[in-house]
Design a protein around this ligand. Sequence first.
Ligand SMILES: O=C(O)[C@H](O)[C@@H](O)[C@H](O)[C@H](O)COP(=O)(O)O
Length: 256
Amino acid sequence: MHAAPAKPTLYVMKNADEVVSALASYVLHAQKEAVEKKGRFTVALSGGSLPKMLRGLIGVESVDWDKWQVYYADERAVPLDHPDSNHGLCEKELYSKVPIPKENIHPIDTTLLDDLEELSDAYEKALILQFASKDSARFPIFDLILLGMGPDGHTCSLFPGHELLAEEDRWVAYLEDSPKPPPKRITLTYPVINHALRVAFVATGAGKQEMLSKVLDQPELGLPCSRVRPTGGSVCWFVDEDAAALVRYERTEWEV
Ligand SMILES: O=C(O)[C@H](O)[C@@H](O)[C@H](O)[C@H](O)COP(=O)(O)O
């Protein structure tokens, strides 16, 4: 019997700082559970404002950084030190401030930037190495995928109306026509996102109001963020009052 797709849980905090601390305890809880069960914590990070929102983990003793295995939910096809690189951003906002071993961080292979198919295949292979063979596990099961919501309702590099929304087979796909610059990117696909144990969105600020209401109150629109419905896992939203102002969707009290 197949589990039903998870319904999103909405946590609304007073402000962005409260989102930062709630997110930190949520991530710690996910880490503890994963490390106890499997001795490692597999995480996929997004770009945008997300890396900075993880600042609540910096300096916290109970984070087992050496157990983290970090991948990217999406990445731009640029060198790692390019200002558009999500890896570069995470380096600046997080890795440079915490004792995470370099070998536990999995950036794209920048020798393949000229061929996006090879670039995405190589990233898929890196996932296969971590999550065992593609045959024994149809899709990787991340302990946690952390996502943002774009102004058009995109998440990862999955954009409204794009053919990649229908991808059912690949773990990692590429696109050369991203409406958000830069145009060349790779992204995890829905089968991977929707097999994760936990998916958490983070969205703050008044600029997110209208789109957040569309994504949560009108899932029938089929916006990319609304399609995140893990089967056998959970999806939750950490947002602030500014972002949630127009949302009618049921709120859940955050309990530490
Ligand atoms: O690399 C990317 O472009 C991101 O992964 C993207 O999906 C991002 O998460 C959203 O655009 C939200 O960005 P903000 O958090 O900056 O609003």
